[in-house]
Design a binder for this molecule. Structure first.
Ligand SMILES: Cc1cc2nc3c(=O)[nH]c(=O)nc-3n(C[C@H](O)[C@H](O)[C@H](O)COP(=O)(O)O)c2cc1C
Length: 189
């Protein structure tokens, strides 16, 4: 079983990365293959809406890292998107991942349908739920199955490393990891 986490924070070793690693560690310990893919801070372009992916079956006409990331999302059993909260919403990197791989996957035969999916967010004070909602809309409109946790998957943190002081936030990530493992096994067991 494969779990792919995508970090949309430009801080490679920031709070969102720490949250994603916490979820992945649980999955690794359960014997799953895991990978953390860094997108935050990379050059990004939004979807052009040109519909070339419908002709090119699963490839974007813009030749960049999205064409490297999409095949990894396509084979993953579970996908976790991580974004810090920026002005009550996602980072543009994660938005670009959602728009572009979402369209590509639909052109490629709705390949995200019934994959397990979850979003996580690091937030200094407020807006984390809106960020999660944006990711969850993407999951639900693409037929993905979203497990819950012991609370919403948000941790209160500002400077890198702050997540370590949010015990409840970390526990929420661990429980999320356990529920991802449980759900993937139920689906593929
Ligand atoms: C451009 C920008 C916008 C932000 N907007 C918010 C916000 O709306 N609400 C909030 O509580 N924190 C906000 N923050 C703080 C980040 O969410 C917080 O520092 C988070 O821990 C960053 O995660 P990271 O270490 O993974 O990058 C913002 C930070 C930046 C750089």
């Amino acid at each position: 079983m494969q779990v792919l986490a995508v970090n949309g924070s430009p801080r490679k070793n920031g709070n969102t990365a720490a949250l994603l690693k916490t979820v992945l560690e649980v999955c690794t310990n359960a014997g799953f293959e895991t990978e953390l893919y860094q997108v935050g801070g990379r050059e990004i372009h939004g979807c052009k809406g040109c519909k070339s992916c419908w002709k090119n079956k699963g490839r974007c006409v813009q030749s960049d890292w999205i064409n490297e990331l999409y095949p990894q999302m396509k084979i993953a059993d579970a996908i976790i998107l991580g974004s810090p909260t920026y002005f009550f919403d996602l980072t543009p990197e994660i938005k670009a991942v959602m728009d572009r791989t979402g369209y590509i996957s639909r052109a490629d035969g709705f390949t995200f349908n019934r994959k397990v999916a979850a979003g996580v967010s690091a937030v200094r004070r407020a807006g984390g739920v809106a960020t999660l909602d944006s990711m969850q809309h993407f999951f639900l409109i693409n037929g993905m199955i979203v497990p819950g946790s012991s609370y919403l998957n948000v941790s209160l943190a500002c400077e890198p490393g702050d997540v370590e002081r949010d015990a409840e936030g970390l526990q929420t990530m661990k429980t999320l990891g356990e529920n991802i493992v449980w759900l993937v096994k139920k689906i593929h067991g």
